[in-house]
Write a protein that binds this ligand. Structure first.
Ligand code: GLA
Length: 521
């Protein structure tokens, strides 16, 4: 323990203030080691806590395996402490509340509450999912300044500038991505099978182009630092050639951080080299996922960190669609395009259930200003066909994503797709709404109880979605003048492919969790 702390302790005892001040001995850097058991797996987690004490209050930093969190609202009361952690990229929301107890030179801390990210109201205030495991901390120094280990240091990033458009993704990207269905099981064979199925199912003819490999393809770097695929992908260049031979394009995945979200090799410190490797392989699309980048970059560095890869991709001379994935933090819609992005995720990860899909989908209202040809909001990939929703719910998913001008990246097993799922994913009239060349993202124009009406202005006419979020069928009406639409001459129901007789208003029955999507001209 540093001399200063001993001095404070002795002084406290001499002055007869034994409780309270003793706890101020927490100032400094502490190391925690934790062993977690997950099924048959044993995980050893190391964490570093830095406490900066000011009277009975403190702030600081918590460094975990994959992120760095601010410690805020720390309070010392006797030998007990409480504090919260925050994600520096979502500064207005706490992540976890902790309590702790100092006992000699051992400090034990435990999570008392995990707080859901903004936009996830049903989980707010829930306790941790597993019983919290207390972490025992041991002081390693009285220093309160964070010194990043050499492998996490970097030279300053170039100042952020507004990049000109790259001319790609003039309509929202369409394709497939491996993550939602296959996670770590994606391999060369599965990607080829997806490409084959994209052609044979009619999806390619309906407009799907990109076959995107998500996380877990990465291997180690060679002696020159070149990234290599792992054993699941024996020859990336040959795979790209195969996908291209089917008239499709190949996408890949990386992170600006040292590790991807699944713990594989990221692009940190190798951005230009990785971009050149992707171009040499024949890659056409990169999803660049923040993951562990918070370990190496501050909030101010997020924009230039994305721009760095945008510039690296452009420097290769190969047209590569650039997809930002940082969960919508720091108002990405206001700078994603300027950073060279063609699309950016606006939320955390989707799951294959109606609650998750609708929380994300209906939560997109208000973001429409950021979308347009070449730059799209991305409410995450499709779950259509993954089995957790019924066909009405999947039609709601596909309709909503089309009204939102969202990327249409199927996330199911295309080789084993049932005809009803194929029919949803290849509905050309709905796809035409998504791909409308005006590129205007739709908005909510009416809401009452469990029903919502969404409107998207198209190059010719409008698309209108009547959504029933309840569990009973609902009769829904829309008076065109109420939503600013001229009395139509033609109305086509895009799922039944039937004309609706035009009048001043339209009344339809909408299935539970279902939608009626019409195009009015
Ligand atoms: C994050 C992303 C997902 C997926 C995984 C892969 O969670 O948001 O879409 O790419 O990482 O590890």
């Amino acid at each position: 323990m540093a001399q200063r702390n001993w001095f404070a302790l002795c002084l406290a005892i001499l002055l007869g203030i034994p409780a309270g001040l003793a706890a101020q001995q927490i100032a400094g850097t502490w190391k925690g080691e934790q062993t977690l058991h997950r099924g048959t797996q044993t995980i050893n987690l190391e964490s570093t806590y830095i406490f900066k004490v000011d009277g009975n209050n403190f702030t600081g930093l918590l460094i975990n395996r994959s992120d760095r969190r601010d410690i805020v609202d720390g309070v010392i009361a006797g030998n007990d402490i409480t504090f919260s952690t925050r994600n520096p990229f979502v500064p207005d929301a706490a992540l976890q509340n902790f309590k702790g107890t100092l006992d000699g030179d051992k400090l034990t801390v435990v999570v008392v509450q995990t707080i859901a990210p903004p936009g996830y109201p049903d989980a707010v205030g829930r306790g941790p999912r597993r019983p919290p495991v207390p972490v025992e901390l041991h002081r390693i120094s009285s220093d309160t300044v964070y010194h990043a280990p050499p492998e996490l240091q970097h030279s300053p990033l170039a100042p952020f500038v507004t990049l000109p458009p790259n001319g790609l993704a003039l309509t929202p990207p369409m394709g497939w991505n491996s993550w939602n269905k296959f996670r770590a099981l994606v391999d060369d064979k599965g990607v080829r099978a997806a490409a084959d199925a994209m052609v044979s199912s009619g999806m390619k003819a309906a407009g799907y182009v990109y076959v995107n490999i998500d996380d877990t393809w990465e291997g180690t770097r060679d002696a020159q630092g070149n990234i290599q695929a792992n054993s699941k992908f024996p020859d990336m260049k040959a795979l790209a050639a195969y996908v291209h031979s089917r008239g499709l394009k190949l996408g890949i995945y990386s992170s600006p951080g040292p590790k991807t979200c699944a713990g594989y090799e990221g692009s940190f410190g190798h951005e230009e080299q990785d971009a050149r490797t992707y171009a040499a392989w024949g890659i056409d699309y990169l999803k660049y996922d923040w993951c562990s980048a918070g370990l190496v970059y501050s909030a101010d560095e997020m924009k230039p960190a994305y721009e760095k890869m945008a510039l690296a991709l452009r420097a290769t001379g190969r047209p590569i669609v650039f997809s930002l994935c940082q969960y919508g933090d720091l108002d990405v819609g206001s700078w994603g395009f300027a950073a060279g992005g063609n699309l950016w995720r606006t939320t955390g990860d989707i799951s294959d259930n109606y609650a998750s899909m609708t929380r994300i989908g209906f939560g997109q209202n208000g973001r429409e200003g950021a979308a347009g040809p070449g730059h799209w909001n991305d409410p995450d990939m499709l779950e259509v066909g993954n089995g957790g929703m019924n066909d009405d719910e999947y039609r709601t998913h596909f309709s909503l994503w089309s009204l939102l001008a969202a990327p249409l990246l199927a996330g199911n097993d295309l080789s084993a797709m049932k005809p009803d799922i194929r029919d949803i994913l290849t509905n050309r009239a709905v796809i035409a709404v998504d791909q409308d060349k005006l590129g205007r993202q739709g908005t909510r124009v009416a809401q009452s109880g469990d029903t919502e009406i969404w409107l998207r202005h198209l190059a010719s006419g409008n698309a209108v979605g009547l959504f029933n979020r309840s569990e009973q069928p609902q009769s829904m009406s829309v008076r065109w003048s109420d939503i600013g639409v001229a009395r139509p001459r033609h109305i086509l129901d895009l799922w039944s492919n039937k004309s609706v007789p035009p009048a001043d208003s339209m009344t339809v029955t909408v299935a539970p969790h279902g939608v009626v999507l019409v195009r009015v001209n």
